[in-house]
Design a protein around this ligand. Structure first.
Ligand SMILES: Cc1cc2nc3c(=O)[nH]c(=O)nc-3n(C[C@H](O)[C@H](O)[C@H](O)COP(=O)(O)O)c2cc1C
Length: 372
């Protein structure tokens, strides 16, 4: 097995014992013990280093980088913006890197590059439902060709050191046909047999994209079939109550919070509190929100140049605005932001009070951009 020098502190994170107490035990992903079952999902266009670091500071036990195309990763080079996409922070371990592609041959060099960049886990995307992705035989398309999907799993498993867990992200199938279900199970069982350490399942089909609910009954069936093997659940996790309900109703080993965490890192600690049997934590006050908005902005500036940080932050700020009592006015103000001075002015105008924030969990109605 080749030796992989890490660019940032990597290797096997210590298998720290999770804090004792009901609901706090996290699953083992290969050799990596998660401190809790509450995880930040991969989110294309969002889960960059800045979002992930913030998620970890707010209680997520683990987080995943947005999906990266295998051929891009293999030739990432020295361009600052490209390097930002595979950047790992010293204080965010354990962290997963996710790959998407079509040709099994292309995965091994990309997986090795992600390990070299400091990622602790390599996740493979078999879920993205975006038409352009399916047309290139990537993401969710691979659920229709189990032989290729399993070949990819084997190539990645063989490419990275033994201590680096390989995991999968799957949807419940291409569609609701019996043939699709068969293929799901072939990949699911075959991947574990080839050494996958855990599988995250999104309970929507690829055909469904984001329309209609994620089938938690399907997730319950997957966990029954998995037995002791680790399964994380995904879909419709928009509130701490929903996260706890998924764990209770399906028996999955962890919840992978996606849209519910964009502009709402507080959801992690709120979920942990409920799992510990504590009363629900209040929504963050506007002071607290402003502090986190500033923290997020400074993490983005560390990662990108000012211009890209500004553009990225606008996208997030629109989501943060959902926690503001005047959310539509705040959203419009963030949309109009051009300069750092504008940004500061919006914070000063709308966030200079300790009024409580609103609960945005009832009004999420979005579709994914490059989801899985
Ligand atoms: C904007 C967006 C980007 C996404 N990007 C990824 C991705 O890069 N990799 C992945 O595995 N899933 C991705 N997903 C899927 C989510 O991780 C998650 O499975 C899905 O949103 C269902 O969870 P939710 O209903 O709680 O949001 C994305 C979803 C959205 C909405």
């Amino acid at each position: 097995m080749p030796d992989f020098p890490a660019e940032s502190a990597s290797g096997v994170p210590p298998a720290a014992e999770p804090p004792a107490g009901p609901g706090h035990t996290g699953p083992l992903i290969g050799s990596i013990r998660l401190a809790s079952p509450v995880v930040q999902a991969a989110l294309s266009g969002y889960s960059d280093r800045a979002m992930r670091v913030l998620a970890r500071r707010h209680g997520a036990a683990y987080s995943l980088c947005e999906v990266l195309i295998d051929t891009f990763v293999a030739v990432v080079g020295t361009n600052k913006r490209n390097l930002a996409r595979i950047a790992v922070a010293a204080d965010e371990h354990p962290v997963g890197g996710q790959l998407m592609g079509s040709n099994p041959d292309d995965f091994a060099p990309a997986a090795r590059r992600l390990v070299q960049a400091g990622f602790d886990v390599i996740d493979i995307n078999f879920g993205c439902p975006v038409r352009k992705v399916l047309g290139r035989c990537r993401g969710g398309y691979l659920l229709s060709v189990p032989e290729t999907a399993l070949e990819i799993v084997s190539r990645v498993r063989d490419a990275v050191p033994e201590h680096v867990p390989v995991t999968l992200k799957m949807r419940r199938g291409i569609d609701d046909s019996a043939a699709s279900a068969d293929k799901f199970w072939t990949i699911f069982e075959g991947a574990f047999a080839r050494g996958a350490a855990a599988i995250t399942v999104h309970g929507r089909s690829v055909q469904q994209k984001y329309v209609g609910p994620s089938s938690w009954e399907f997730l319950a069936g997957v966990k029954r079939q998995a037995g002791k093997r680790v399964v994380l659940g995904s879909g419709d996790l928009f509130s701490p109550q929903a996260c706890v309900a998924m764990l209770e109703q399906t028996g999955v080993d962890g919840v992978s919070i996606a849209r519910g965490a964009i502009g709402n890192p507080w959801i992690f600690r709120q979920t942990l509190a409920l799992l510990a049997g504590l009363p629900p934590l209040p929504q963050p006050t506007l002071f607290e929100q402003a502090e986190v908005l500033r923290e997020h902005f400074s993490l983005a500036v560390e990662l990108y140049d000012e211009e890209l940080a500004g553009r990225t932050m606008r996208k997030f700020a629109i989501k943060y605005a959902r926690l503001h009592p005047e959310h539509l006015a705040v959203r419009d103000a963030f949309v109009a932001v051009q300069t750092n001075a504008d940004w500061t002015a919006v914070l000063a105008r709308f966030y200079a009070t300790d009024a409580p924030g609103r609960d945005p969990s009832q009004d999420i109605d979005e579709t994914g951009e490059c989801g899985a």
